[in-house]
Every structure is written in C-alpha cells, then in structure tokens.
Design a protein around this ligand. Structure first.
Ligand code: HEM
Length: 448
C-alpha cells in the first residue's frame, strides 16, 4: 500500500506570544520555544508594521537552529526574498540598498562593492578608525563617567561617515547621526503621538536625503577614494553608472548597517570586559605582548589578539546585534513537516540559535572560553554561529566591523579602566536589531 506523506499548514504551526515585555529576553525566549515546539513556530504579525491590510501576513514564522539557518541561507535560499523581508521594515526609512535587493540586481551591485570590503582594503580604513577613536575618547578621563553605548555610536558613525562616504568628523556628521538615530529609535510615546512622529520623520528623511544627495553630486564632480567615490565611478557589465537614487539607497543602508550593529557589538564588548576582570586581564596581557607600547596598530598586530577575538565572538553570540533577520517567502516550501506558502513572512533567528542548549554549554552565560580550543563550541555545525549571517549573503562589512571593534578595544582598554556604575546591566530591546533600554554608564579612570 502506498503511504502518502502528510504535512501541516501555516495555520497549524505552534503559536507563541511575544509581547513587548518579552523583548528583553527575546533570544532566550525564542530558544526556549524551539526546545518546546521544534524549529518552526509562529507569532501574530505586529499591526504597527503590517497595518490592517487584509492581504498582509497574519503571522510571522520563526525558524530557529542551525538546520533552519542552512535551509534559508544556503540550500533553499531561492525560496526567500531579502527585498520582501527587509523593505517593509527599513525601506520606508532608508530606501533600497544591498541589504534589501534580490537576484541579478543584488549580484551586480555586490560585485561593484566587494573590492572595497576585502581584508586587504582594511589597511586603508585602519588609520581613519584609529584617529577617530583617539579623538573621540581623548576627553573621557576628564569627564570621569561616560555612557558606553552613546560613545560607541559617535565613534562608529564618524568612522562610517568618513571611511564609506568621505565626510570628515564635525558638526555635519553629528547632525546626520542624530537624524538617523531619530529615524530608527526616535519614537517616544510619552512625548508625541505616532502621527506627530511620522510627520517629524518625513522632515528628517528629507533633510538626510538632501545632505547625502549633495555629497553624491560633489563626488561626481571630484571622485575620492572612499566607497562612495568608488561607487560613483563604477560601471556594471553593461557600462551603466549607478543613478543618484541608487547611490542614495546604498549610502543610507551602508551608513545604517555600518554603524548600528558595530555600536552594539563594541559597547557590549567593553561593558562585559569591565564586568569580567579575569577575561580582561587575559586580554590585556595578550595586548602587551602583541602590541607593546606601539600607538600605531597594524592589521597583522590585531590579528594576533586571539583572546580579544574570543571575547568579541562571545559578545556577538550573547548580544547578537542582529537578533532576527527577515525574509519574504517567494515559493512554497516544506520544513519540519510544515508547508509554508509563498507570501509568508519568515524570520531566521540568529539570537535564538546562539542560545540553544543543544549547541552551547550554559548558553545564557557570557563565557569567551567556549570559543577557545579545545572547547570551540561554534564548530558543531557550520550554521550554529552566525552573528554576521552566512552563505552568499553574509555581511559585506564583516572585516570592516571586526577591525574596527578590535581597534576600539585595543585603544580604550590600554588607556582606561572602566567600571560599570549600575548594579544591573541595561536590558536589550528590539526585534531585529537591539538598543539598550537605558544608558550603559561606566566610570572612567586613566591607566597608570
Ligand atoms: C558588528 C557588526 C555587524 C554585524 C553583527 C552585522 C550583521 C549582519 C547580518 C546578520 C547580515 C545578514 C542579514 C540577512 O541575512 O538578511 C548583514 C548584512 C549586511 N551588512 Fe552587516 N553587520 C555588521 C557590520 C556591518 C558593516 C560595518 C557594514 C558596512 C560597512 C555592514 C553592511 C552590511 C550590508 C550592506 C549587508 C547586506 C549584504 C548583502 O545582502 O549582500 N554590516 N550584516
């Protein structure tokens, strides 16, 4: 007798509720849901994003774990659209760039940008990073107390603005940073209605676009050797230049992707090291040997900082700056016994994969040694550890971010002692990327 394989539909998926109160613990909650229900489950779609549109998705489908990641990012990636995933979340704010393109268009544009993101090219950015880091942190000791998150944001935005777009540190960059912050994190329901906020955002967006279009026009007149200059001069296989609108989308997305996530990673790295004196001592001992008293860093000397590398990896696991990445489904697919139809919204969960007890020993503890030999817990599956995504669409800024975070840690940890001022660290909130719910306050003392 023939047996007919039966699969369940999207309506049959286990349901979990993710109210705002669970945001702080989102990765751990999603990991616990995966342990209880299996690697695929659903939550109601957020009406603030999807509105009351009857054709919009009613559920967001979460897929958790290394097999799910491999399915979405590698074996079945043609079933998923980055455009239909990311554009509803970031498109209205910052348009279209590499992050939310699909297919041939994406492949063409990524080929144009790849050369500026290779390991070798990082030698060009390192001096900019070092200068910005030294300038921005020079007054810390005199201030005595800083908000690490806020300071990290200033550094990473200055670096992104200069290295990627060629706008040097100064009032214009400060203003651009504030506009971006307002666009992404500026809604404060105690201060204004959603409609007032939306109107304010349209004004901020217009101002942002006018400023960046001015930079694009200047670069067309006299190209520079930053990434914007590079893209302005680039032609694709058919000899076509990128239009102003295309360049604006890329610049917007590079500036946002290039500083939001690096801010989170570097701020939490410094905060966790300040809370873990033994790891800090190990990291500093290694720096003394690898860097000596040398002020000028090289890519080679940064590569030698293994203990720092494990602390960075552990921070990327525990405080994954991109918690969940969105995809729109373009072809029906079957996973773990469920058939999910085209038109659905899926999230692959980096944060939850990083908290699965099947992969990580004591997953809810910050412990860099898990990355060191002989433990190397990340090696259990090629899609188990993925703070930068994985597969052909892995983060283009991976080397840029790693060099920048190492350069920041090398400078700050050699110059200052940092002591957290609050008994509890801030909570992390956000569905896709995260921000701390309050300042990350530390006391700063110069080192002897
Ligand atoms: C700690 C820092 C960073 C983290 C954790 C991070 C994380 C990620 C992740 C998880 C993705 C994949 C998203 C997906 O699968 O949909 C991604 C893509 C991307 N990231 Fe990053 N990122 C970081 C820094 C940067 C920097 C510094 C830049 C630019 C200078 C950048 C630019 C991009 C772009 C353009 C994409 C889209 C690539 C494509 O789809 O071809 N990121 N990033």
């Amino acid at each position: 007798m023939d047996t007919v394989a039966t699969t369940w539909g999207i309506e049959d998926l286990p349901r979990i509720d993710l109210g705002p109160e669970s945001l702080d613990q989102l990765p751990a909650r999603l990991a616990a849901a995966a342990v209880t229900h299996g690697p695929i489950f659903a939550t109601p779609a957020n009406p603030e994003i999807w509105g009351d549109d009857p054709t919009g998705p009613r559920h967001i489908v979460f897929m958790v774990g290394p097999e799910a990641n491999q399915f979405i990012l590698h074996t079945h990636r043609d079933h998923f659209s980055h455009d239909l995933g990311w554009t509803p979340l970031v498109g209205p704010l910052i348009g279209k760039g590499l992050l939310n393109m699909d297919g041939d268009e994406h492949a063409r544009h990524r080929r144009l940008m790849n050369p500026a993101f290779t390991v070798a090219y990082m030698a060009r950015y390192l001096p900019i990073m070092q200068r910005v880091i030294a300038t921005r942190t020079a007054g810390w000791a005199a201030r005595g107390e800083v908000d690490l998150y806020d300071e990290a944001r200033k550094i990473t935005f200055d670096v992104a603005a200069e290295a990627l777009v060629g706008i040097p540190t100064g009032p214009q960059v400060d203003h651009l940073r504030d506009l971006f912050y307002d666009l992404f994190h500026g809604y404060d329901e105690a201060r204004e209605t959603w409609e007032e906020y939306a109107l304010r955002m349209v004004m901020s967006q217009r101002e942002l676009n006018l400023t960046l279009l001015g930079e694009i026009a200047r670069r067309r007149q006299s190209p520079t050797d930053d990434i914007l200059g590079f893209m302005v001069q680039a032609h694709d296989e058919d000899g076509r230049e990128l239009s102003d609108e295309q360049l604006l989308g890329h610049v917007n997305i590079l500036l946002v992707a290039g500083h939001e996530t690096t801010t989170t990673l570097s701020a939490w790295l410094l905060y966790e090291l300040a809370r873990h004196p033994e790891t800090l001592a190990e990291v500093r001992a290694e720096m003394n040997i690898a860097l000596g008293d040398g002020e000028t860093l090289s890519l080679e000397s940064l590569r030698g900082l293994k203990a720092l590398g494990w602390a960075i990896d552990e921070t990327g696991r525990f405080h994954a700056p991109v918690r969940n990445a969105p995809r729109g489904v373009v072809k029906d697919f079957e996973f773990a016994g469920y058939t999910i139809p085209a038109g659905s919204q899926v999230r692959y969960s980096i944060g939850a994969t990083h908290r699965l007890p099947t992969l990580w020993r004591e997953p809810d503890r910050w412990d860099p040694q898990r990355f060191a030999p002989p433990r190397e817990e990340q090696r259990q599956h090629p899609f188990a550890f993925l703070p930068f995504g994985a597969g052909p669409r892995i983060c283009i800024g991976l080397h840029f971010a790693q060099v920048e975070v190492k350069a920041m840690a090398a400078h700050i940890l050699r110059a200052y002692d940092l002591t957290p001022l609050d008994a509890q660290p801030p909570a992390e909130i956000g569905f896709i990327t995260t921000v701390p719910d309050r300042p990350m306050r530390v006391r700063v003392a110069p080192r002897g």
